[in-house]
Ligand binder design. Structure first.
Ligand code: MEV
Length: 422
């Protein structure tokens, strides 16, 4: 067990490392690693800063979306994700590419009243004071009106048991809007408390972003799905069955959706966005009927496999970490994405491509074989292979019928023994 660290945030960087060394077992090389990856930016973003935690960034290639070709940066620790996304994109591009549409782009903030005894009185007051509520919200964040329409609507939901949610619908422009909305809802909350004898329990953005939806579609000519063992028609039927399975079984639906989020999160991180917000919205949306469902559907129609997915995509193109993390600007240039709406369509398309690649692999040869070389590389690295040892370890593991961590470690020890005996 470690000893407590008091007021860690008050100390400068080197003192913090020394304090940490006093309470945990930190080697000189641990300390060097922490120090080598530190940045002023990181130090400015989080409290009790230690270092920047690096994740690999790669490029998902050749996504055709609404007729435009995209090369899309993705940040992920999972070896097969980028290869699978590119593979899905290639299949879709052969039949014309993705068609993506932003349905709407507004965020919702909640001001929740509790212990309401006379619901009708409160509802009437709010109805007749909608203009005042919107004015209060927009005055709390006047700059929002420069790049979006700001708060545009007030909706009421009587949640029963004395709870009423006043939902503020806000056009946040190119931002994700969490800070804007939190400021607006807090201002509205104060105004309501001073005008009504109502208790406000909390005011906050909702991550169930049902007013910020993107729809992505694609259709794939059956022959392009043909594998060495199966016709395209059979593969398409199996992918259709995979959707049906996910609609029937939440155990499968959770994994189906996880595959979609593999792609979505990786792009979201590359663009400096809040991936927890995207995840929480996606999973809530998957459950909107009361039953957890797959986010995408695949059906066979007129000689094509047709894929479709709609989900909340409340991305930020400006503001927050997008401004501060230097690689985000580079990634925007690589992807040639110019607005939040365009980013919504790109991210949705990557999710659908990722899902297609996973389902195709699952219903044909399984996912292990196709991604073996990437997995073996990652196995070798987790067994401790250095970059210089990697090629030899990967080569020897590839020749094994069941490569595992223990064999990787044995190979590495052998390489090192041989080297030291020379
Ligand atoms: C693994 O990270 C993702 C998959 O399990 C997705 C799926 O099963 O659809 C391959």
């Amino acid at each position: 067990m470690t000893k407590p660290l008091n007021h860690f945030y008050r100390f400068d960087y080197e003192t913090r490392l020394t304090m940490l060394e006093d309470v945990v077992n930190l080697t000189a090389s641990d300390r060097k690693m922490l120090r080598d990856s530190r940045s002023d930016t990181g130090n400015d973003i989080v409290e009790n800063y230690l270092t920047d935690f690096n994740l690999p960034e790669g490029l998902a290639t050749n996504f055709k979306i609404n007729g435009k070709l995209y090369q899309i940066p993705m940040v992920t620790e999972e070896p097969s994700v980028i290869a699978a996304a590119s593979n899905g994109a290639q299949l879709v591009a052969k039949s014309g590419g993705f068609v993506a549409k932003v349905q709407n782009r507004q965020m919702i903030g909640q001001i929740v009243l509790e212990n309401v005894s006379d619901e009708n009185k409160i509802l009437d007051w709010i109805h007749s004071n909608e203009a005042l509520i919107l004015k209060t919200a927009n005055e709390a964040h006047p700059s929002v009106l420069k790049y979006g329409q700001g708060a545009t609507q007030v909706r009421l939901r009587n949640l029963s048991e004395g709870f009423i949610s006043i939902d503020l619908v806000v056009d946040v422009g190119e931002a994700m809007g969490a800070n804007i909305i939190d400021g607006m809802t807090e201002a509205v909350s104060k105004m309501i408390q001073s005008n009504l004898s109502a208790d406000v329990l909390m005011s906050i953005l909702s991550n169930f972003a049902t007013e910020s939806l993107v729809t992505v579609k694609c259709q794939i000519a059956l022959e392009t799905l043909t594998t060495a063992a199966l016709s395209g028609e059979v593969v398409a039927t199996k992918i259709e069955q995979a959707t049906k399975l996910a609609t029937l079984d939440p155990y499968r639906a959770a994994t189906h959706n996880k595959g979609i989020m593999n792609g979505i999160d990786a792009v979201i991180i590359a663009f400096g966005n809040d991936w927890r917000a995207i995840e929480s919205g996606a999973y809530a949306y998957a459950c909107r009927s009361g039953k957890y469902q797959p986010l995408s559907q695949w059906t066979k129609q007129d000689g094509y496999l047709v894929g479709e997915m709609t989900l909340p995509m409340p991305v930020a193109f400006t503001g927050g970490a997008t401004k501060v993390l230097p690689l985000v600007a580079v990634n925007k240039r690589i992807a040639d994405v110019k607005s939040a709406r365009e980013l919504m369509m790109v991210v949705g398309s990557v999710g659908l491509a990722q899902n297609l690649a996973a389902l195709k692999a699952l219903v044909t040869e399984g996912i292990q074989r196709g991604h073996m070389s990437l997995q073996i590389k990652s196995l070798a690295r987790s067994a401790g292979a250095t970059h210089a040892e990697l090629a030899v370890v990967v080569d020897r593991l590839s020749k094994m019928s069941r490569p595992d961590l223990a064999s990787a470690k044995t190979i590495i020890s052998e390489i090192r023994r041989k080297k030291s005996s020379k």
